[in-house]
Design a protein around this ligand. Structure first.
Ligand SMILES: Cc1ncc(COP(=O)(O)O)c(C=O)c1O
Length: 365
């Protein structure tokens, strides 16, 4: 479905949905519109709960632990509201969170005088153990929540979430994981991670319809995370949720089916190949310095880099789009003074990376 001639290297911002899944969404829409209330409160409503079954299987959760959301941001807000931090309670998070992983806690800092502690994860960190030590140094007896991205947005660091979740358990606090950059790109097993909440979306690596997502809250933690949104249960339609984007949510199920038939590990392998190819090719360009980690425990499909001599990254980013039809991410200023980020998926190939390299080489001059 991507525009002809477009080199789309920005899945980490939004993934393109396949023609097959879009056709399913349109088929669901037609079914719904043929008898809106009959289908929407009937078979299609039950179909959305089947999507919850697929989502739960995908991340190794049980069905009551999974509810549908519109995004990771939505999921993070549901979790934060359900924890309901009180005066003096602390959240431990990092300098590399997406704004939506900050805003959900900032509300409680503003309205309840909760405290947010920020681990400064160096952009050039190279070992998970180093990250863990930074968390250990910042955790306090008042820390109630550790909130962390599974893969960070600005740098694509694969965080050691299993060890962070274990640290949280050792200190009697909750571990909340922002999974915006993982589900669909790599296998995710929430039980193995050992976190109490995990927020995912459908519109990035799952290549699903936009405005779809799901949220895991572990059954064991439901007393401590008790959001208003789940007071009538986790089903797709409750007296609290109201009507969802039914065709979109059903399309999320189709996107999960597509992922399963291609095989999550095959997809991960191909993404890793492309990421590694991009890493090596970018490395050969003398003006480029890579920010994201080398292949290994911290690597993910997100690759951020700087280019020597570039003062105005926004202009370069604009030029790459307007002149070369290459879409990538301009990393927001809050993280770096200037950087670009690519995030290849299986619909890309090595030639896309070659085009980027060519454009960087000629686009600077
Ligand atoms: C780490 C991270 N969290 C959250 C988000 C926001 O995702 P959503 O649009 O599903 O709320 C992003 C999007 O870029 C992200 O990178």
């Amino acid at each position: 479905m991507l525009q002809r001639g477009l080199t789309y290297l920005n899945c980490a911002a939004m993934g393109p949905t396949s023609r097959a899944v879009l056709e399913e969404v349109s088929r669901w829409s037609r079914e719904l519109e043929a008898n809106p209330a009959g289908e929407g409160y009937g078979a299609l409503e039950r179909g959305m709960d089947d999507v919850r079954v697929k989502a739960a299987r995908l991340i190794n959760a049980s069905l009551p632990e999974v509810s549908l959301t519109t995004s990771v941001s939505h999921g993070m807000n549901i979790v934060a509201q359900g924890i309901d931090l009180q005066v003096g309670q602390r959240v431990l998070t990092t300098n590399q969170e997406h704004p939506s992983g900050q805003a959900c806690w900032e509300y409680f800092a503003r309205t309840r005088n909760a405290v947010i502690d920020v681990v400064q994860v160096p952009y050039d960190v190279r070992h998970g153990q180093e990250i863990l030590r930074l968390f250990e140094a910042k955790i306090t007896p008042q820390t109630r929540v550790i909130s962390v991205s599974h893969v960070t947005s600005p740098t694509g660091i694969q965080m050691p979430v299993e060890r962070i979740a274990q640290l949280a358990r050792e200190h009697g606090c909750l571990c909340v994981v922002d999974g915006a950059q993982t589900v669909g790109a790599q296998p995710v097993d929430v039980k193995r991670i050992g976190c109490q909440a995990y927020a995912a979306n459908g519109h990035k690596w799952l290549l699903g319809p936009k405005g779809t997502g799901f949220l895991f809250i572990s059954e064991d933690a439901r007393k401590e995370i008790d959001p208003q949104a789940l007071q009538d249960g986790p089903n797709a339609y409750t007296k609290i949720t109201g009507v969802a984007n039914i065709p979109g949510m059903l399309g999320l199920g189709n996107a999960i089916d597509q992922l399963n038939s291609a095989g999550q590990t095959n997809i991960q392998k191909r993404i890793q190949e492309l990421r590694e190819y991009a890493y090596q090719e970018l490395r050969k360009v003398s003006s480029v310095s890579l920010i994201s980690p080398l292949a290994g425990e911290l690597a993910s499909p997100l690759l951020a880099f700087r280019i020597a001599g570039v003062k105005d990254y926004r202009s370069l980013w604009g030029l790459l789009s307007s002149k070369y039809s290459i879409v990538l991410k301009l990393v927001p200023q809050q993280y770096f003074s200037g950087a670009l980020r690519i995030s290849p998926h299986v619909y890309n190939n090595e030639e896309d990376i070659d085009r980027l390299i060519h454009a960087i080489k000629s686009g600077q001059g």
